[in-house]
Design a protein around this ligand. Structure first.
Ligand code: PLP
Length: 471
């Protein structure tokens, strides 16, 4: 399998090359040259497989530069009941007739990002050892991504993590999750500033090419193809649990920010999984909902990006969206460049409303969308607790709200549960007046010793810190 760039760069790459890279050299995103199609016999065989073997089968279609036995061992080591809390790994639970929650958040940090990041940690360790190389991961987080990355990379050979976060602005639970890690290869850096300052620092350091090369700086952000690929697996696993045979259509609703999660659903559908509809659920930051309703994709300015009670979906642009638009315009790289380089670069938006391609988003690719507000989230958390005795987090509440607007009788609707309520306790308390239950392993973590340094919002200070801790 070869990978290409959405912006038309002539190079073709193998999986392990793009594993350790971010963007393609022309600024595009990597995609496989084709989506492997899965026939009925294969689907029938996959239905019976445990999660780690299903993951191996799907990954094998996209990875041909890791020996099969090694890839199998990596999948087996990653997706265990010990790490993800159950043999199903992503258990499905029926809320009411035809509406399901697929639990993706029982991994180490209680959010769905563990599903991909745990695999990435093992792939990185494997590939770095094979190359005799090292990698220093530099990131910025306001919560879920940073903790998932740290729990995936802790103790891994050849990898260090330098994770910046805005000092004092994460929830106490998220802070405790990250700062209580005592592993020598994990560095928490609390920046005096806001999340944007952290992102600016990461950009400034990465733009210093000399520094980047000397200190082997890398990232694990959501445009990484390996992360997206890992997420394809749970669409198959959810489908198999929601149906008794492979001729039944199923729809999925996905709480969305950077479009990574739902893009994996799109890939699963392109492979032939019988997905009827993919519902993109957004909060007040409704860039994506606006596109699927109107055909206009309009990136928001920082001042128009709201801080909401589903903070992991607070985005001004959706960094994986380019992958879907590439398919939508028939994989025409010149057209894609016009939209993402010329139009977005010049005007901050593009308009496909009059383009025949736009209709295809719904008709051929099965996309729908929905949007919710803080009041909707509170109402949905209350309703779900009252009627089904089930606690959901605010992101999953965004999903459930959008899902209910798109139900079709006879077609199961699977809502992806992207975090556990304890991660966003204050909103749950606001809705219900009570604290969500906390998994045993996290009892008392706020009281554990913290390993974190404070640095000013200054790229030079962060560079000095990295240099000092890289021997
Ligand atoms: C990251 C995240 C999302 C958004 O996922 P994308 O892949 O960026 O669309 C939704 N919910 C939670 C809890 C998250 O951590």
């Amino acid at each position: 399998m070869n990978y290409l760039s959405t912006r038309g760069h002539p190079d073709r790459k193998r999986f392990c090359d793009i594993l350790l890279e971010g963007l393609a050299p022309d600024g595009g995103l990597y995609l496989p040259e084709t989506y492997p199609e899965v026939d009925a016999a294969t689907l029938a065989k996959w239905r019976a497989l445990p999660y780690n073997e299903l993951a191996f089968e799907i990954l094998s279609l996209y990875i041909d530069d890791i020996p099969a036995a090694d890839l199998k061992a990596i999948c087996a080591k990653t997706y265990t009941a010990e790490v993800f809390g159950s043999d199903e790994i992503v258990p499905l639970r029926e809320l009411e007739d035809g509406v399901y929650l697929e639990a993706l958040s029982n991994g180490p940090t209680l959010a769905f990002k563990d599903m991909a990041m745990q695999l990435l940690g093992n792939l990185f360790e494997y590939e770095l050892a094979r190359r005799g190389a090292e990698l220093n991961i530099l990131g910025a987080t306001s919560g879920d991504t940073g903790s998932a990355a740290e729990y995936a990379m802790r103790g891994k050979k050849g990898v260090r993590v330098f994770m910046t976060s805005p000092d004092g602005r994460m929830s106490p639970f998220q802070q405790a999750q990250m700062f209580s890690l005592q592993d020598a290869n994990i560095h928490n850096i609390a920046i005096t500033g806001v999340f944007d300052d952290c992102q600016d620092i990461v950009k400034a350091v990465s733009n210093d090419l000399g520094f980047k090369r000397k200190y082997r700086i890398g990232t694990v952000n959501s445009i990484n193809w390996a992360r997206l690929l890992a997420q394809v697996v749970y669409y198959f696993a959810g489908y198999f649990q929601a149906t008794a045979s492979n001729d039944k259509p199923v729809s999925f609703t996905v709480p969305s920010g950077n479009f990574g999660n739902v893009c994996a659903g799109h890939v699963a559908r392109m492979m032939g999984l019988p997905i009827q509809t993919l519902v993109v659920a957004t909060n007040e930051n409704d860039v994506l909902d606006e596109f699927f309703r109107t055909g206009v994709y309009r990136v928001r300015a920082a001042v128009d990006t709201h801080e909401t009670s589903s903070p992991s979906m607070d985005i001004s642009k959706a960094s994986n969206f380019e992958r879907f638009v590439f398919d939508l315009v028939g994989r025409d790289a010149a057209r894609l460049r016009q939209l993402f380089v010329d139009d977005l670069g010049l005007r901050g938006s593009f308009d496909l409303s009059a383009d025949p391609a736009f209709k295809q988003a719904a008709e051929r690719f099965g996309f729908r969308s929905g949007r919710s507000t803080h009041a909707d989230r509170l109402a949905m958390i209350r309703d779900t607790e009252k009627r089904f005795a089930t606690l959901i987090d605010p992101h999953t509440a965004d999903g459930l709200k959008a899902a209910r607007e798109q139900l079709v009788p006879g077609v199961p609707m699977v809502v992806l549960e992207t975090a556990l309520p304890i991660k966003f306790a204050s909103t749950v308390v606001e809705a219900l007046g009570e604290e969500p239950t906390r998994p045993k392993k996290f009892e008392g973590i706020e009281a554990l010793p913290k390993r974190v340094v404070q640095l000013p919002a200054d790229a030079e200070a962060v560079k000095a810190y990295i240099a000092e801790h890289c021997d």
